[in-house]
Structures are given as C-alpha cells and as structure tokens.
Design a protein around this ligand. Structure first.
Ligand SMILES: [Zn+2]
Length: 415
C-alpha cells in the first residue's frame, strides 16, 4: 500500500499490512522499486507519467526508481509514443534479458527443470526419468545434476540466476524441509540445504515447496485462468494434492501442510491408500484408481495412453472406471467448493488428457453436493500447463519474490 509522501527526499512512506511500523528508507525504496516493476509488468509499454498517475508516487520519485530499474537491467526504454495529451513520452517495457528463474519438480517418475526470464518467457524445459525408490541422496544428486546443466546453459547466455525453487510431492514445512513424501519414501529431508551443498553454495536462493502449491502459483501467473484470486490446483500424479490460492495469495496453513485433499476419506470401506488408511480420495480417484492397478512409475504413461485409446473406442469397462473415478474426484472437488468457494479448480498432471471423460461426472457431483447454486460458481477445468506446472510454478515463485521487492543487482541509487 502506498501512503503519504515523506517530505524532502522524494521517497514515499509504505505502511505494511502487518502494522504501522515506519519502514526504513532502504525498505521503502525496495518496496517502491517493486511497485514500479509490477506496474511495468502488468501495463507495459507504459510511460513514467503513467506510472506516477497510477501508483500515486510523485514524478521525481518515479524517474529515480525507473533509472534504478534500468541500471539493474530490469526495465528498458523502447522508443517514443504519443501520449494522451499529445506530447511524446518514452515508453518502458520489462527487460530482464540478463536474468533467469529456475523451477524444478521432483516426482515419482521424473525430474523436470524449467527456466524463464523476468517476463516469464520460457528459456528451456528439460526432463529426465527418475525412480521413486531412490534415496534422498540419489534424489539430490539427480536434481543437482540437472540444475548444474541449467546453470551452465544460463551462464553461456550471460544470465544471472534469480533463484531456484524445487517442487516435491509431499508435506513440506514452511521452512522448506520435506517432512514426508510418501510416494518418494522420503522423510525429514533438508533438500534445499543438501542441494546448496551439492551445488557448492551457488550464490542464489534455493527454496523447496509442495508440488501442488507451486503448480497453483504457475496457474495464477501463466495459466488459462491467470490472475484468478481464488483458485485451487489439484495434482493428478500418483498422489492427489491441492494448492490453494485465496484472495490472491497461496495459503499454506500454520505449518505448511494445507491442501492434503488426497487423504480426505470418501469411503471407510474403500480401497487401501498409500498412506495406510482406506478409501482416501487418492485411492479412489488417483491414477492408480483410474488405471485399476498400481503401475510402476515407468509404466504410467503407457497405461494412460492405453486407457485413452480404450475410452476413445468406447470400451464399456474403461468408460465405467473413468466415470467412477470422476465421481470420486467430483466428491473431492465438492468438498473444496463448499469450504473455499474457488472461482476455478484446475486439474493437472495425468488428469489433463483424461479430463474429457472425468469432467462430466465431476460437474454432476458438484451440482449435487455443493450447497450454493451452480456449484458456487466454481468452474472445473483441465490445466493448459500440463506436466510442467509444478516446475514452472517454482520459477513463478522466484518471480513472485522479485515482484515483492527482492530485486537482483546492486544497491539502490540514493535519489
Ligand atoms: Zn490416504
């Protein structure tokens, strides 16, 4: 929030939402730099006058902030344009060509890496196979190897790494420690610390988060419903988890364990779940249930393709299985819709290709089970980001931290 101007030095006072402590000038300036950067991200091409008019910062402050962002090569000038009152204005756009944000996803059957520039343009997408039986050390070694290759590629392009965020399917606490990743067999693993060691303290921040949380951030920034303030992402991998964005912000809960919708029990007499309980959503609508067996990670893709082939051919057994999984999934989505009233629930992972067969049952359950009319306005859609969503979300999380004031580059210039 922008507050009243502090006289004399061109800086504007920021009042944080957590309390009215006066921020020191370095904080004020970092926050204002982030305000301008976000404005350019959302409104480019735009002029300094546009920024001043929309943010409430005075023109001298905006000029100084823009000069700083240009020095850091976050923003660049692009030609002159007639503005509304007819005088030519120099237009600004995001630059960011010297930067890259990296996201990595570790899943049961693959490790994938994505790099994007500051404007969110995809620089690379890599994937390698990975087997869930690997120990934490082997997992860290596999991730370390792919990250080193990404870092080398970015170095060749003379890009500075803004940061790395790693997505893990499991409970990740707010400090980034993986407390439990049942489908990987990992417990109490400091993946971030281990990776920093494996990469020999690479000089950029490393964050670790739950895969569904990061995929939700990717949808919020890059997906078909980008900008939605209330959005839930449901992973459709071997596990089923939810990443929850409410009022525009990711909601991790007290310790970071929100969104374990996959282990909400739908049927006490239902099939056994990986977690040791029975009848969980994951056991009734996860990929194992869709395929009616527990395929090895390497077999999943082939099995999904076979299931799709049979569904397209109208095989009654396959259609009945998909409808039943869709009903269970719909019961899970209805719980989310009754509790959180999201605008949109995005189905990810293996749910994407199966969505045409799952969605009719999901929507019917939603109509039957949500108290508010029309499912409370909740739309259920398939992700357009596919299997890269969580890795892309890692990169989105790094861009989010830049947008909120953690800027790369030298110290702010004194105005
Ligand atoms: Zn379970």
């Amino acid at each position: 929030m922008l507050g009243s101007s502090l006289g004399g030095n061109g800086a504007d006072l920021i009042t944080s939402t957590t309390g009215p402590q006066p921020a020191d000038f370095a904080d004020v300036r970092a926050t204002n730099l982030a305000v301008v950067l976000r404005f350019v991200r959302e409104h480019a091409p735009c002029s300094r006058a546009d920024i001043a008019a929309s943010t409430g910062l005075n023109k001298a402050t905006v000029s100084s902030l823009v000069a700083d962002l240009i020095d850091r090569r976050l923003v660049r000038e692009t030609g002159l344009t007639e503005n509304r009152v007819g005088r030519p204005a120099t237009m600004l756009v995001l630059d960011g060509s010297p930067y890259a944000a990296i996201g990595v996803e570790i899943n049961v059957d693959f490790v994938s890496a994505v790099a994007v520039d500051l404007a969110g343009e995809r620089l690379l997408t890599w994937r390698r196979s990975f087997s869930a039986g690997d120990s934490v050390n082997q997992g860290v070694a596999a991730v370390g190897a792919i990250v080193r290759r990404v870092v080398n590629r970015m170095a060749k392009e003379e890009r500075q790494i803004l940061g790395l965020a790693v997505a893990v399917p499991g409970l990740v606490d707010v400090q980034g420690t993986v407390r439990l990743a049942p489908n990987l067999g990992w417990r109490d693993a400091d993946i971030g610390g281990d990776l920093a060691k494996a990469l020999r303290d690479p000089g950029f921040p490393i964050q670790v988060d739950n895969d569904a949380n990061l995929a939700a951030l990717a949808e919020q920034r890059f997906g078909a419903h980008a900008g939605a303030a209330d959005l839930v992402y449901l992973t459709g991998e071997v596990g089923v988890g939810a990443g929850i964005i409410l009022d525009g912000r990711l909601r991790r809960g007290g310790l970071g364990y929100s969104g374990e919708i996959g282990h909400v029990q739908l049927d006490p007499d239902g099939p056994a779940c990986h977690c040791g309980r029975r009848g969980c959503l994951e056991a009734m609508a996860g990929i194992g249930a869709v395929l009616r067996k527990d395929p090895s990670p390497a077999e999943i893709q082939v099995e999904i393709e076979e299931s799709l082939r049979l569904a397209r051919a109208g095989d009654p057994g396959t259609l009945a299985t998909l409808e039943s999984a869709g009903r269970s999934l719909g019961r899970g989505v209805s719980i989310l819709a009754n509790l959180l009233n999201p605008e949109v629930v995005v189905l990810g992972g293996y749910y994407v290709p199966l969505a045409p067969w799952l969605l009719p049952a999901v929507e019917e359950e939603l109509r039957d089970r949500v108290v508010a009319a029309e499912g409370g306005g909740c739309q259920v859609v398939a992700s357009t980001l596919g299997h890269d969503a969580a890795a892309l979300g890692g990169a989105a999380r790094i861009l989010d931290s830049v947008d909120s004031g953690r800027l790369p580059g030298g110290l702010a210039r004194i105005p």
